[in-house]
Design a protein around this ligand. Structure first.
Ligand SMILES: [Zn+2]
Length: 615
């Protein structure tokens, strides 16, 4: 539950300002106010001591579960109370540590809480296996004896659902012991990719010779100079080509561990195991892939616009990231952006806006950069704290998008925290990006409606279309490849570099269509994508973005009521049912079709504007 908040990091922003202020020089009103979590360090230390005392008591509860319904209630209450205190301390220490990573004392506090969190988890490790042996009949008896227990039913049901996939104690121990061995392929990939690969020297935009790296590659591909892009692209893949067999072997081994564990735990396949862990039906995945395939013609059209704007005879894979619209010259100060954020988000109604105003006024946001501050942006907090936001403000439109994105997360947290009991206040990672991306979509529409500047509109439209391309299309392409990898391994078919290259090249050709020249290097793209070492994770980027696209236009047309109910639901129901509350059934294709309608409309709009600009 903690990691999720860390993962919510939004758009990374660059740290290019030459001279940064020290934390102490940043005005108070631009810093978050963490005294809302603990008044002072003593309060924090008191909680840490309390948690340590509680951990000692927890062991005594082991085995009491079979005594009575009262005993079960006591265990649940103790568990959530200790967890709640620990999460609060964790969130506090992690924010302290992020505000200035040069501060050794705060780093120390954070690692102390990290260790404590692991101890709490270990202290309660007996609970789930014990609950499973208690059995459903006894549980039903407990529910009828004590109605307060019914308030935990959904939580308990989720644990009970694991029953068919839990093995004997001895087998579980064996699997747990092997878990770091299962992680070996990913570790090998990481070391090879980040430490051992040596990339060639290429020429940058200024004519300088620079050593290619992962970070620099992304920047060079955005260059307006085609030779620079091309050389970076070819240079990078030349290196990957040298190690293609090693990359293929480590990826195949990783996929094999998923299939092995799925079979061992009685799942029909690895995808059912991965999605089942988060209660997501496999049909959500299948529907996504099927529907995106139906609408590939729109991606092909978007590539054609690129071709036209960049005035190219043919679009190559290295032409996909260079900007095609002019960056707005206007400065977006934080003061002014707050106003735009409030105006655009007013579609959510007065109650929502009042909380956003409080976020600004009561210093829930750490706005500007300082030396040692963590880069990027995120939303963090928990049940007993405000939903804080970390930013690295840059006075540009991208920063405004990041502000409303993170505000989406924070409002989701705030509304769930204020409408659910603690144990249902946390929402699933599957729905997390919906609230943030919906806000970005609302802002997009607002900016389009409130400007007559065609250059500016073209930029905003392309910002959306490019995001859609990179999130809905590209991540679904990855999801399709990931599915194929697992099927291939399950059937006992080989996963050599040749197989992987061929499949990836086919898929890439299929996705981008006839509008693109398929450079042979792109066949190797799979080898450098760390996400293939996750476990059926990337599809959520695509489903989240598409749902947000569909929801934003629904909110603008029909009002925010059902959407606000979704924001208030936390984890009180299964993720799929929570989203249904907002009016989107993710097991059906309709929300995807709705999202493609928005994509197509904005594509038309961009084409019209470009025509007008030519005249
Ligand atoms: Zn986010």
């Amino acid at each position: 539950m903690i990691n999720k908040e860390i993962l919510l990091g939004g758009n990374a922003m660059s740290n290019e300002i030459t001279k940064l202020r020290n934390r102490s020089e940043v005005p108070e009103e631009l810093k978050w106010d963490l005294t809302k979590v603990y008044q002072n360090e003593n309060e924090f230390t008191e909680d840490i001591n309390k948690i340590q005392e509680e951990i000692k008591i927890v062991g005594k509860l082991k085995g009491t579960l079979f005594d009575s319904s009262t005993a079960l209630k006591k265990i649940l209450k103790t568990y959530f109370a200790v967890e709640r205190m620990t999460v609060k301390a964790y969130v506090y220490a992690s924010m302290l540590s992020d505000q200035d990573t040069n501060n050794k004392k705060n780093q120390g506090l954070f690692s102390q809480v990290q260790q404590l969190y692991a101890k709490v988890a270990a202290a309660f490790a007996w609970f789930e296996p014990e609950l499973l042996t208690l059995g459903q009949t006894k549980l039903d008896e407990y529910y009828s004896e004590d109605s307060e227990l019914v308030g935990y039913k959904k939580y308990i049901d989720e644990i009970m659902a694991k029953k068919d996939h839990l093995l004997s104690e001895k087998e579980e121990k064996l699997l747990a012991g092997a878990s770091d061995i299962f992680a070996t392929p990913e570790n090998i990939f990481g070391i090879l990719n980040n430490a051992d690969l040596k990339f060639p020297t290429v020429t940058d935009e200024k004519g300088n010779q620079v050593e290619l790296s992962h970070g620099l590659y992304g920047k060079l591909l955005e260059s307006g100079n085609r030779e620079v892009r091309k050389n970076a692209f070819q240079g990078l893949y030349k290196t990957y080509k040298q190690f293609e067999n090693t990359f293929a072997t480590s990826l195949a081994a990783h996929v094999h561990t998923h299939n092995f564990q799925a079979t061992t735990r009685n799942y029909p396949d690895a995808i059912s195991a991965a999605l089942g862990a988060n209660d997501i039906p496999v049909s959500v995945y299948d529907t996504l892939v099927e529907r995106v395939n139906k609408h590939l013609d729109l991606l092909h059209r978007y590539v054609k616009i690129r071709k036209k704007l960049l005035q190219l005879n043919s679009v190559h894979m290295y032409d996909l990231y260079t900007p095609i619209t002019k960056l707005p010259e206007e400065e977006y100060t934080y003061q002014n952006s707050k106003k735009i954020a409030l105006e655009s988000l007013s579609v959510f109604g007065a109650d929502y806006i009042q909380i956003v105003e409080e976020a600004f006024k009561s210093r829930w946001i750490d706005v500007v950069e300082n030396t040692g501050k963590r880069s990027g942006a995120y939303s963090s907090g928990m049940f007993d704290t405000p939903p804080y936001i970390l930013l690295n403000w840059q006075d540009n439109l991208e920063s405004l998008f990041t502000l409303v994105h993170e505000m989406g997360h924070s409002m989701h947290s705030y509304l769930s925290n204020h409408n659910q009991p603690y144990h249902y206040s946390d929402y699933s990672i599957f729905v997390a990006e919906i609230a943030s991306t919906t806000n970005e979509n609302i802002l997009t529409q607002y900016l389009l409606d409130h400007s007559d500047d065609l250059q500016f509109k073209a930029y905003v439209l392309n910002h959306y279309l490019d995001g859609f391309k990179g999130t809905v299309y590209r991540q679904t392409q990855f999801a399709e490849f990931e599915r194929w990898l697992h099927d291939q391994d399950k059937k006992g078919l080989p996963l050599t570099s040749q197989e992987l290259n061929n499949k990836y090249a086919d898929l890439n050709k299929h996705y981008y269509g006839p509008a693109i020249t398929n450079d042979p290097e792109i066949a190797l793209e799979w080898s450098r994508i760390p996400h293939f070492y996750y476990n059926f994770y990337v599809y959520q980027y695509a489903t989240g973005f598409a749902a947000a696209s569909a929801l934003a236009s629904k909110i603008i047309k029909e009002g925010p009521d059902s959407y606000l109910r979704f924001l208030k639901s936390g984890s009180s129901a299964l993720p799929i049912d929570v989203v249904k509350e907002a009016g989107v059934d993710m097991t059906k294709p309709d929300y995807l079709d709705d999202a493609f309608v928005v994509f197509e409309q904005r594509l038309n709009e961009l084409e019209n504007i470009l025509e007008k600009l030519k005249r």
